[in-house]
Write a protein that binds this ligand. Structure first.
Ligand SMILES: Cc1cc2nc3c(=O)[nH]c(=O)nc-3n(C[C@H](O)[C@H](O)[C@H](O)COP(=O)(O)OP(=O)(O)OC[C@H]3O[C@@H](n4cnc5c(N)ncnc54)[C@H](O)[C@@H]3O)c2cc1C
Length: 374
């Protein structure tokens, strides 16, 4: 079985590792000449960490991760605390896996090290996959100007997937109507009033702020998501307490957010979409990467159960994943609306959140974080 993978992000690298763990050889083509990720953090919830644990990747990440004690939800205008989602030991105990925070480059480096350690994985950097064709008994494609064939092609080429656009003939990604401004602060530059042991989530009218430690606590990842554009985030949704952190940042990376319609088929014959190429979603459930990691596990498992029929295995992968991913997309979209409420709606949201115990707030996430790679 020759499996080819287009894209060396979270989805592509995890797929390669998951396939190798099931005894399949995989050749991964990444168009970038080096595996480098944007300077920002990522939260890895227990459902994703459980997969990475099963794949033996955790030793490559251990020194770079940190577990937050909680998600602390605050009103961005007044600063009042609205709710606490307990994580740390509570998440480990509840889900059998930790909730971790990591810098993206550390995650990608850890995945790449695990992939390079496997003799079953061939990593090719600086090669772009193009012009994919379905043949009678295989799939052919161009990789950096040379013709290639594989029994199966996994399109892990991200939200702007050219394979989704050209081979599947789907429309391009749709704007979410929000921009994310990302920044990283050295721990020494973080204002003392800002906690560095938690994920902070500040809800404001038309915009919200998220921050959490990365690099094992040496840096703080800061993200503002708002209904605006420009080089710097708008200040209007944020009151004095939240602005203390926003003002401490000297340089932002603006990132317009896009999503793709996850309800279209993810497979066509021997080609499958995975990760953001299949279901890019707003980051308001912190699940795009986690779902890509779950996908990778499911795709490898489906292939292992019917290796003689790759197209049927890919259809089984889609069946196994679609319902859950659509639910996660709905959750992210609902959160986006709730986080950015104005006026009376925001006041009602604050009352509801304020009345919910930490146990109830974490319990609402059991369906999401309690997923296990079986
Ligand atoms: C602000 C923000 C915060 C987020 N926070 C979280 C979070 O806390 N937790 C979480 O789980 N998720 C989070 N996400 C979502 C997460 O970042 C994405 O879902 C995830 O990175 C998608 O990974 P991917 O591998 O599918 O795509 P990508 O990371 O986009 O990787 C695609 C790769 O394919 C390569 N490529 C593209 N075209 C080709 C080609 N033709 N040939 C070869 N290579 C190609 C690209 O160079 C790239 O390396 C967040 C997203 C944003 C925007």
């Amino acid at each position: 079985m020759r499996v080819a993978i287009a894209g060396g992000g979270i989805a592509g690298l995890t797929s390669a590792i998951a396939l190798a763990a099931r005894g399949f050889a995989a050749t991964l083509y990444e168009r970038a000449p080096a595996l480098e990720e944007v300077g920002a953090g990522i939260q890895l919830s227990p459902n994703a960490m459980a997969v990475l644990a099963r794949l033996g990747v955790l030793p490559h990440l251990a020194r770079a991760t940190i577990e937050p004690d909680a998600i602390e939800i605050r009103d961005a205008t007044r600063g009042a605390r609205l709710g606490i989602v307990p994580l740390g030991p509570a998440a480990r105990q509840r889900y059998g896996a930790p909730y971790c925070l990591i810098h993206r480059s550390d995650l990608q480096a850890g995945l790449a090290t695990a992939a390079r350690e496997s003799e079953a994985i061939n990593l090719h950097l600086g090669l772009t996959v193009g012009t994919v064709r379905a043949e009678d008994d295989c799939v052919s494609f161009d990789a950096g100007g040379t013709a290639q064939r594989a029994d199966l092609l996994i399109a892990a080429d991200g939200v702007r997937s050219a394979i989704r656009r050209d081979f599947f003939a789907y429309p391009g990604p749709q704007p979410v109507g929000r921009t994310a401004w990302r920044a990283t602060l050295a721990a020494a530059d973080v204002p003392p009033a800002i906690r560095r042991d938690i994920t902070g989530l500040w809800l404001g009218p038309g915009g919200h702020l998220v921050h959490y430690p990365v690099r094992a606590g040496a840096s703080l990842n800061v993200v503002v998501i708002a209904n605006a554009t420009g080089d710097t985030p708008p200040l209007k949704p944020f009151g004095r307490e939240a602005r203390v952190l926003i003002d401490a940042v000297s340089s932002w990376i603006p990132w317009p957010l896009f999503g793709v319609d996850a309800s279209k088929s993810w497979t066509r014959g021997r080609v499958a979409l995975i990760g953001d190429a299949a279901h890019a979603m707003p980051p308001t459930a912190a699940q795009g990467g986690a779902q890509a990691i779950e996908d990778s596990w499911a795709l490898a498992a489906a292939l292992a159960s019917q290796p003689d029929d790759p197209a049927a295995a890919l259809r089984a992968y889609q069946r196994a994943r679609r319902g859950r991913v659509l639910r996660v997309v709905r959750e992210a979209e609902r959160n986006l609306a709730v986080y950015n409420m104005h006026g009376v709606a925001a006041a009602a949201r604050n009352i509801v959140l304020g009345a919910m115990s930490p146990e109830r707030l974490i319990g609402r996430l059991d369906w999401l974080y309690g997923w296990k790679p079986e």
